[in-house]
Ligand binder design. Structure first.
Ligand SMILES: [Zn+2]
Length: 184
């Protein structure tokens, strides 16, 4: 009989006061850049912001769609590539924040002033079944720059306003990456 291996994955739903200043700055950056998304086909707007171990700078990206579809750029990919462009191939991700929802959905959270939030939850801490995670394509892109560290955090604001946190290791449990090609 085949030996079965299992892996447990987890995520948390956070209350706003559980977020660090860094978390809030990242989520705010993702929330803001999402407004620039170009998504005339999917009408699904995504903003992403990344923090690296290499500098204090926050890098952002939004989805940019083209009529031919396959040339679409994903938000997370754009943010990761912006960090590589500035830092180089040694860029190592520390944290990734994502804010995504269909166009027209008003995410019940707003950033009034620096690090001050107002949040109107339809239901406080509206339970969500899973965290907002990057698509599979972007998971691979993120993992490439995690330096083999599967504890890199993925923070997200759900369209309900719920804030979720997980890690690349939980969101993308079985990974193919640089080490499979003998690259550390
Ligand atoms: Zn993606």
């Amino acid at each position: 009989m085949a030996e079965e291996k299992t892996k447990t994955v987890k995520f948390s739903i956070l209350e706003p006061d559980e977020l660090s200043d860094e978390d809030m700055r990242l989520l705010e950056a993702a929330y803001e850049v999402r407004k620039n998304a170009q998504a005339p086909y999917s009408h699904y707007l995504v903003g992403a912001a990344v923090k690296t171990w290499n500098s204090d700078e926050i890098f952002t990206g939004c989805n940019v769609e083209r009529a031919s579809y396959t040339q679409t750029t994903h938000a997370e990919q754009s943010a990761v590539d912006a960090a590589v462009k500035k830092i180089g191939p040694k860029m190592k991700l520390k944290k990734v924040a994502i804010v995504s929802a269909p166009e027209g959905v008003e995410i019940p959270i707003s950033f009034v002033e620096d690090l001050e939030w107002t949040i109107q939850f339809a239901h406080p801490f509206d339970p969500v079944d899973q965290p907002n995670v990057p698509c599979g394509h972007c998971m691979q892109i993120i993992w490439e720059n995690c330096g083999g560290d599967d504890s890199v955090e993925l923070l997200a604001i759900h369209q309900s306003g719920s804030i979720t946190k997980t890690t690349i290791g939980d969101a993308f449990p079985w990974k193919f990456g640089p080490r499979d090609l003998g690259i550390e």
